[in-house]
Ligand binder design. Structure first.
Ligand code: KG4
Ligand code: ZN
Length: 341
């Protein structure tokens, strides 16, 4: 089975072709960073317009890269939500139309399900069941995963998502958009123990998260260091590093606790913040020390990508051709609403 995957939920236009037997045949990601950078964040309307411009050329390029014709594609999977509604509608309309023209099924995919299945794209992939830590710009979730579509949310953020906290703190430190990876880079030059920022909710038994207080603590500290607003380079790096360490502490401790309460030993990390090297290193060291396993996809499969959408589509393939080419796009869509294929 060969599936074309289309991702347009936010600011990456991505297309992939996945062959169930032979793996990924093509994977293209077009980042809209330069479109949104002047505004310091994603502008939804501009995101939609850029997806429209890029999708068809990317699909053509992917088919050429895979040396395939449209007739070789068995199904078109597209991200149906959650995400920016305009951006989702572009991918959903485009994917469904392609599927209708190519007389194959269109498969609507849940963006977070695609993220949590992304580690299955790797050669050393985890078996079910596992706990998934989903950390992206829009979500921070701990999920018990018993199989495809069998999800129980164990905890989630009560305010900012982890990626959002990275991005907002980065902006406050004067770093260019997109802030998360830039902050992580700056943190590499700083001291993580200089400022004792709060570890929100860590003393509480629930598995929820809260990051907005942490962000405020960094703002306060920055004001104390530089009342006139110009931070010394070393101070910026130490703030970044101490902030990152606080976020990582919380994510590691919460993940360990989720494994304790579910009695599981495998953790899967997915979503853009899963690309953070400090988080990867700490999870690896601390989980393996307790006889546990941690799986993360390579960086390009952590952030938004078409490969994970193709994979989720493959696992949810309808089995028989459908004549129903209804377009599905949902800005909000809970993981627990899904059921097994
Ligand atoms: O999953 P993703 O690509 O898009 C969403 O669905 O949100 O995640 C993007 C988020 C952004 O907030 C970005 O700043 C963050 O992931 N991110 C990182 C790193 N790389 C991306 N945060 C911390 N460290 C990184 N290396
Ligand atoms: Zn995402």
């Amino acid at each position: 089975m060969i599936i074309l995957g289309i991702e347009t939920s936010c600011d990456e236009t991505s297309v992939a072709i996945l062959d169930e037997a032979h793996g990924l045949l093509a994977h293209l990601i077009h980042s809209q960073v330069t479109v949104h950078a002047p505004y310091g964040g994603v502008v939804p309307e501009l995101a939609s317009r850029d997806h429209i411009r890029k999708l068809l050329p990317l699909v053509r390029q992917a088919l050429a890269q895979a040396s395939l014709q449209s007739g070789d594609i068995d199904g078109v999977a597209y991200t149906a939500g959650p995400g920016l509604i305009g951006a989702l509608l572009v991918g959903a309309t485009f994917g469904t139309t392609l599927a209708a023209a190519w007389r194959c099924p269109a498969i609507p995919v849940h963006h977070m399900e695609a993220h949590l299945l992304a580690p299955l794209l790797e050669p050393a992939s985890p078996c079910f069941p596992f706990v998934a830590l989903l950390v992206s710009g829009g979500h921070t979730l701990l999920v018990e995963v018993l199989g495809i579509g069998r999800y129980r949310v164990l905890g989630e953020t009560l305010d900012d998502a982890a990626g959002e906290a990275f991005d907002k703190t980065a902006k406050m430190l004067g770093l260019p958009y997109p802030g998360g990876p830039q902050l992580a880079r700056l943190a590499g030059c700083g001291r993580s123990d200089r400022f004792a920022f709060p570890r929100p909710m860590l003393r509480r038994p629930e598995l929820d998260f809260s990051f907005s207080g942490l962000k405020t603590a960094v703002v306060q500290q920055a004001r104390d260091l530089a009342p006139a607003g110009v931070l010394a380079e070393a101070d910026r790096a130490d703030l970044a590093s101490s902030f990152q360490e606080a976020v990582v502490d919380v994510l590691v401790a919460r993940s360990q606790r989720a494994l304790d309460v579910t009695g599981m030993r495998r953790l899967v990390v997915a979503g853009g913040v899963g690309a953070n090297n400090r988080l990867r290193q700490r999870l690896h060291d601390e989980l393996t020390a307790r006889g546990r396993e941690v799986y993360y996809p390579r960086h390009e499969f952590c952030t938004d990508n078409g490969a994970m959408v193709a994979l989720a589509g493959c696992r949810r393939f309808p089995g028989r051709p459908t004549s129903d080419h209804a377009i599905t796009a949902r800005a909000r869509w809970g993981l627990e609403e899904l059921s097994p294929p």
